[in-house]
Structure formats: C-alpha cells, structure tokens
Design a protein around this ligand. Sequence first.
Ligand code: SDX
Length: 428
Amino acid sequence: MSDFAELHYEGNVYKLPVVTGSEEERALDISKLRGQSGLITIDPGYKNTGSTQSAITFLDGEKGILRYRGYPIEQLAEKSTFLEVAYLIIFGELPTQEEYKQWSSDITYHTLIHEDFKRILEGFPSNAHPMGVLSSLVTSLTAFYPESLDPTRSADEVRMNIIRLLAKMPTLAAWAYKNEIGQPIVYPKNSLDYCGNFLRMMFGTPAEDLDIDPTVAAALDKLLILHAEHEQNCSTSTVRIVGSSHASLYASVSAGINALWGPLHGGANQAVIDMLEAIKADGGSVDKYLAKAKDKEDPFRLMGFGHRVYKNFDPRARIIKKAADDVLGKLGVNDPVLDIAKKLEMAALEDEYFVERKLYPNVDFYSGIIYRALGIPTNMFTVMFAMGRLPGWVAQWREMRSNNEPIGRPRQVYTGENERNYVSIDQR
Ligand code: SDX
C-alpha cells in the first residue's frame, strides 16, 4: 500500500501523506493541503472526514464489528459490568481486582450531590424534559466544584472530576425524574451497586425501600455497556470540540448531552416508541408506515433504522433484540409494540428501499422496549442513553486533552454576496 497520494491540480502535483491505523484503516492527511495548494476540503456531515486518531473504539460498519479498547462488544456485554467497562474505556485496560475495588468504592462514595441541587431542580417546571434538566445539572457541577473548570490540573484532580461525574450522573438523572413526577427524592444508598442504586432512586420512596429485581438490574447494566462508547458520533464529536477550547469536562459533557437529545441521534430511542405506539394506535399496519418512510414527500423516517457507519447490522441491536425477548419473558411482560417492532424489522429487511440503502435496525430500535419493560418512562429513555454514553464522552475528552489536540475550527466555502458599499436608508 502506498503511504502517500498525489493530487494533480492546475499543473501542480501535491503529495498527501496516507495515515494507516492499527486495523489497516487508511486516511489522507490533509493538514498541510491549504498551505500547499490553497485548497480546502468540504464534506457536510463529515461523512468522509476523520477528525482525529483514537485508540478507544474500533468499529467496522461493513462487517458490523464494535470493540472497546480491542475487546468485542459481544464479550463485554456477556461477561463484564458497566463500571468495569467504564474503567476499560477511560483508562485503556481492564482493571485488576485491586484497581476495580478502588474504582467502585470511589464511585460509590461520591454519589451524593449538594443539597442546593434541590433548589435548582425546584426552578424547573414539572413539564421540563429530563434531558434539558440533566444538561443543566451537569453544567451546574462546575459551580460546586470550581476547580473542575481548569482542565490542565493534575491527572489525580482530573480523575476526581471523572469519578464525581460518573458517580453523580445516576443521582442527577433520578432526581430530575422525581422532580418531574412530583415525588420526594431518594438519596443514594452505598450498600447498592451502580444500577441497583439508580433503580432505587428512580422507583423507591424515602418511606420504603425498593426490592431490586436482579433481572431488571442486570438488563440495565447490559444496556449501559452497549451504549458506553461509539467513537466519533455526533455527541462525542460535540464533547471533543467543546473540550478543545479548554472548556471543562462538565461543560463539554453537558454539550454532549444536548447533542444526544436530537431525534436523529440518541433521541431516536424515545422516537421509536412514539412511532411504534402510533402504528399500534393506527391499527398496527407496518406496510403503511414503510410506505411513508420511503415516500420522499413524507418527512416520516423509520426511527431506529439506518446508521451513518453501520451498513450491516448494528452489533448492539442484535444483542438488545435478544435481551428484549429474555427480559420481557423473565418479567412476564407482553408488550404489543415488541411484536410490531419485529414485524416492522422483518418487512423492512425484505424491502428493496431499505436493502438498497443498507438500512438496518440500530441500537435505538429495541432499547426503548426494554426500558419500558423495566418501568423507565419514555421521556427518560435518552437520559438512559446519556448515562450509558458517559464513559465514552469522558474517555474521548481525556484522550483529546492528553494529546493536546488543537482547538476545533473548521473552514468553509463562502457563497454569499461579493463586496458592496453601504447605502443609507433613504437611498434604498
Ligand atoms: C445513533 O453515529 C453513531 O454512532 C450514533 C449512535 C451512537 O451509538 O452514538 O449509533 C446512536 O444515533 C443511532 C441512529 C439513531 N437515529 C435514528 O434511528 C433516526 C433514523 N435514522 C436516520 O435518520 C438516519 O439513518 C441516520 C441519521 C441515522 C443516518 O443518516 P445519514 O447517514 O445522514 O444517512 P442519510 O440521511 O443520508 O440517508 C441515506 C438514505 C437517504 O435516502 P436517499 O436520499 O439515498 O434516497 O437513506 C434514507 C435517506 O432518506 N434513510 C432513511 C432512514 N435512514 C436513512 N429512510 C427512511 N428511514 C430511515 N430511518
């Protein structure tokens, strides 16, 4: 393979280096292109443009491969826990027993949040979407931990910022939910593990404890693992570019939460359930909605289908689909939208429009069905995605900072008016 490419332009030949990654992916390094040729590149949505070189996640969209730090997602989902995967994604190696003991203890003993967060929560109307509340609360952490504003602090201080964020996210999410439904908040309990603590804060009350169903806790842990990291997706790229200005970790993650909120990204899990419910209310005919999805005049899209990178099955969707059957079976839940989802998937996978465009179910297609079976309300689905994606955002922010990457500032091609002179208003 050649380690450079040649660009022939207006009688000149420009040599552009080719970068090769550890999985033989190749990229044209255009970092000197403008200086050499005066040309820039343009690529709306960055469909063909890499923003960085990263050692965190490898995915192959054609083969449906996803690995966190080299470990296949299938093995991690089956054998690991979310906290262990978070450690792996952030620090690069699976923890030893000693490291894991310290890590989970650190996380456990930082789950409490300042009492003043209750006053911040009271300021939100009860119909505030939990994603907007969560991004505000994460930014508010900078007020309680002002030392976190300086990302150039020591590695130990950055580690403490990371521990606080991972530990407090479930508390912030659960308290946002309690505030929305007008119930008293439930404080974290140090004797519980990460998912058990979250479920108790979500569904318990101060009066009586919650019996944590191990099936529910295990399903939630698996879902968090499956959402933990996904290289340079929209929200992670947002975290990186905000962090590249030397904004704090908390400010960068808050921006990532807002990017994830969009229905084309993490908000799709809520949109899938809304879509399936609409199909059910409309008689359950999937053909009518497939036709709508294919009609260019109709803005309707099959939510939970398609992916920028996966042009084969999203490996996470396969795992979640199986988990949906297992969890609903164990919980004895018969959810008619699961049947509609399966009918829709089967019909789409045989439909020329979807086959031609390589549109397969993605991570969001079945996740909402499990969240619903676990009792998570629909408008909290994307909050669950944010809780899962937190280690990925943290790891990518940390990698960008430790590589001392430059501030992100894309170029553009101007298409507006050429120079013209000001005309006073009485002359127009
Ligand atoms: C996530 O990037 C990540 O890694 C994201 C994520 C992560 O873990 O971080 O995996 C999580 O965001 C998953 C995606 C969740 N979003 C949805 O399910 C929303 C529905 N999907 C689409 O909006 C769409 O597929 C995207 C946004 C996911 C991808 O869009 P692209 O890559 O920009 O592709 P496109 O919009 O250019 O579509 C290509 C063609 C178009 O048709 P033509 O112009 O070629 O005729 O496919 C069509 C689109 O109209 N198409 C769909 C479709 N998705 C694409 N048509 C109907 N229904 C769909 N869902």
